[in-house]
Design a protein. Sequence first.
Length: 196
Amino acid sequence: MKEGKQISMDKPKHLRERKKRLDVTIRNMEIDDVAAVFHLGEKLFRAERVPNLYRTWDEFEVTSLYQDDPEFCLVAEVDERIIGFTLGTTISKSHSAWKYGHLVWLAVESAFQRHNIGTRLFNRFRDLMLESGVRMLIVDTETDDVPALRFFLKMGFSNPQEHMYLTLNLATQRRVLLEKKDPAKTPTRSRHENDV
């Protein structure tokens, strides 16, 4: 063992080992990446963890952002496998000199978190926004998603404001509408349907 490089065996193994450096490529998303990005988002945006993100994540979200603003759609890749992405857009308001950037989605596969991949994706996204003349970036996340809030604060976002999401289940109204249209085709109610 070289002098000055002694390892203390008193420390746990995970503290003695150096973090493995991943060969990550951050690049612009391509049309062939759409399915992989969608499926990664589907895997990460789970109803039990982030219900509002789950409700709004679908294939049209990916394709429309890619179609409208491909320059703000990035992927992180390891060994030709997509492990993270950002999807964003810009907003120009009439009668305003300001151009806003909106980071709509940012995700990194769980196994690759804590390797600065989210930071690298965000930094590249921010640089693209600066190059396009954006003066302010906005992002939203669930108020109880503490890791996301910490990340965005670390990236320099400030002035967090609570935003309330409400839901309205339309099952009863839908059933009434169907009964009005064609009473003969009205589905019979199960005994447990009203228990919801």
